[in-house]
Design a protein around this ligand. Structure first.
Ligand code: NAD
Length: 305
């Protein structure tokens, strides 16, 4: 155990949180975890973490508390709900929220915790399940520099790039910017793949060619490959990217930014969810575009997994 760094609690062991918490435990931090469905804690426990029966039990004695939860309402519930942790946190505790949530709500949460002597960092991440499992995430941090100094050794167990973007909420603003970039990229790349298929050109060869030029991107490398493999297992659930673009659209609207592309991408994602694919990986947006374009999948491609 790394006694000098202190004790850490981790709440939310989903697709991202499981890998992040496992890295803390694997790298020797004194780690206690909690998830609403206990089964998700089993692989993390195998890496050396203690499993708590409740969120409050998990945070007892912790110096740093990580959250990795789906949406703003979940973070509010875990912090301030009926079984919330806020009243169980000792003064001086640093809460690191790695969830992607609303920047305005984040500032409100930070103020409420500050009144208890607790610091909140908004620290959303990018890099997907692979980045979480490999400990190579990028982390965009908002909040006090002293709190980041306390949290940094723990964050470094899960992220290779840690950028202090600014004051509370700045990390969530950076994440909204990230999601605008990657979702527009995926929808554009999906339209490009549909064009290749409709024109009778092998989309894999087109992807290979594009990867060598200015269109190269992580989306083209990873997510378009997943689309071409027709592997729609999540990854990153459609419901979550739709939540992220909804946050971004609200921020764009509040700040009066001219943003027709983000608005269109959000409509496409909502259409994907409405077609019953909320829990599919977001690369399924390419499949929807193929269906709406009357593109038949190439012969021999496996059915959706
Ligand atoms: P997920 O749905 O797989 O995991 C969320 C976990 O939180 C689940 O295990 C759920 O049981 C647990 N949970 C929910 N409410 C809880 C509560 N009250 N108490 C305890 N546990 C609770 O989601 P994910 O894909 O791991 O994403 C988590 C966050 O990270 C989201 O905000 C998402 O937008 C963001 N994110 C996801 C990815 C990705 O590629 N999946 C990448 C970057 C950021």
């Amino acid at each position: 155990m790394m006694e000098s760094a202190g004790r850490v609690a981790f709440i939310g062991l989903g697709i991202m949180g499981a890998g992040m918490a496992a890295n803390l435990a694997r790298k020797g931090f004194d780690t206690t975890v909690f998830n609403r469905g206990a089964a998700k804690a089993v692989p993390v426990a195998a890496c050396g973490a203690r499993v708590a029966a409740t969120a409050r039990e998990a945070v007892g004695g912790a110096d740093v508390v990580f959250l990795c939860l789906p949406a703003t309402g979940d973070v509010a519930a875990v912090l301030f709900g009926a079984a919330g942790i806020a009243d169980s946190l000792a003064a001086g505790t640093v809460v690191v929220d790695t969830s992607t949530i609303d920047p305005v709500a984040t500032r409100d949460f930070a103020g409420r915790l500050a009144a208890l002597g607790v610091s909140l960092l908004d620290a959303p991440v990018s890099g997907g399940q692979k980045g979480a499992d490999d400990g190579t995430l990028t982390c965009m941090v908002g909040g006090p520099a002293e709190a980041l100094a306390t949290a940094r050794p723990f964050l470094a167990a899960m992220a290779t790039t840690i950028v202090h973007v600014g004051a509370s909420g700045a990390g969530q603003v950076a994440k909204a910017c990230n999601q605008i970039c990657v979702s527009a990229n995926l929808v554009g790349a999906s339209e490009a793949m549909a064009l290749a298929m409709k024109m009778g050109v092998d989309p894999s060869r087109v992807r290979e060619a594009l990867l060598g030029g200015a269109a190269r991107s992580v989306v083209l490398e990873r997510h378009v490959q997943k689309l071409l493999d027709r592997d729609f297992r999540p990854g990153f659930r459609t419901a979550l990217i739709t939540k992220d673009l909804t946050i971004a659209a609200k921020a764009l609207n509040d700040a009066q930014v001219f943003a027709p592309v983000a608005a269109a991408v959000l409509q496409v994602l909502k259409g994907l969810g409405a077609s019953g694919r909320q829990d599919d990986d977001w690369c399924a947006v390419g499949d929807l575009i193929q269906q709406l374009s009357a593109v038949a999948p190439p012969e021999g491609t496996p059915p959706a997994a």
